[in-house]
Design a protein around this ligand. Structure first.
Ligand code: GTP
Ligand code: MG
Length: 172
């Protein structure tokens, strides 16, 4: 099995849109303005050496349902190299995000935070939101990769940097 990285985050945060941007194929992954669009795990190849895994959002499915299906995948998947947690900088870290991070910390699973929809904030507001999130992560998140990245699937800002990080994570 080739290495893979998974994308998780609250419903409507932009997981499916981001995967479209990363594989450079608009419309390959179905996106929607209605939360709860992605219902199953879906696998997409980025080049021929790495798979990207799109996940249903949390905060839409009940926590038990999300927890049962996704957590067992995350905990048991041998070729899973890193989990990307998507967070909207306009909203900051929500309790559902920190709960998931705790579960990942307890299982020793490596994750990295990616801020989505950067195009919606001014540079100043984005920087302030990022700094606040980073400060929270330093306090609590044990298995969190220290670098927080930012992307916009709309303008494609930050996609090259994220792609480079994913390729590196895939080689670990
Ligand atoms: P679920 O599958 O329901 O969990 O949602 P998701 O996380 O896959 O979100 P999805 O990619 O379907 O996007 C949700 C909405 O946000 C859609 O209306 C997208 O067009 C919008 N969106 C996604 N990324 C961006 C972005 O970078 N900028 C802006 N402005 N809107 C975005
Ligand atoms: Mg989706």
């Amino acid at each position: 099995m080739i290495p893979e990285v998974a994308f998780i985050g609250r419903s409507n945060i932009g997981k499916s849109s981001l995967i479209n941007g990363l594989v450079n194929r608009n419309g390959l992954v179905k996106t929607s303005s209605k939360p709860g669009h992605t219902r199953m795990m879906n696998f997409f190849k980025m080049g021929d050496k790495l798979s990207l895994v799109d996940m249903p959002g949390y905060g839409f499915k009940s926590r038990d349902e999300w927890g049962g299906m996704i957590l067992s995948y995350l905990q048991n998947r041998k070729n899973l190299r890193r989990i990307y947690i998507l967070v909207d900088p306009s909203h900051g870290l929500k309790e559902s995000d920190t709960q998931i991070m705790k579960l990942l910390d307890n299982s020793g699973l490596s994750y990295q935070v990616v801020l989505t929809k950067m195009d919606r904030l001014s540079k100043t507001k984005y920087s302030a939101a990022k700094a606040e999130i980073e400060a929270e992560l330093v306090k609590d998140a044990i298995c969190c990769f220290p670098l927080v990245l930012g992307v916009s699937s709309k303008t494609k800002d930050g996609l090259d940097e994220l792609r480079a990080a994913i390729v590196k994570a895939g080689q670990l």
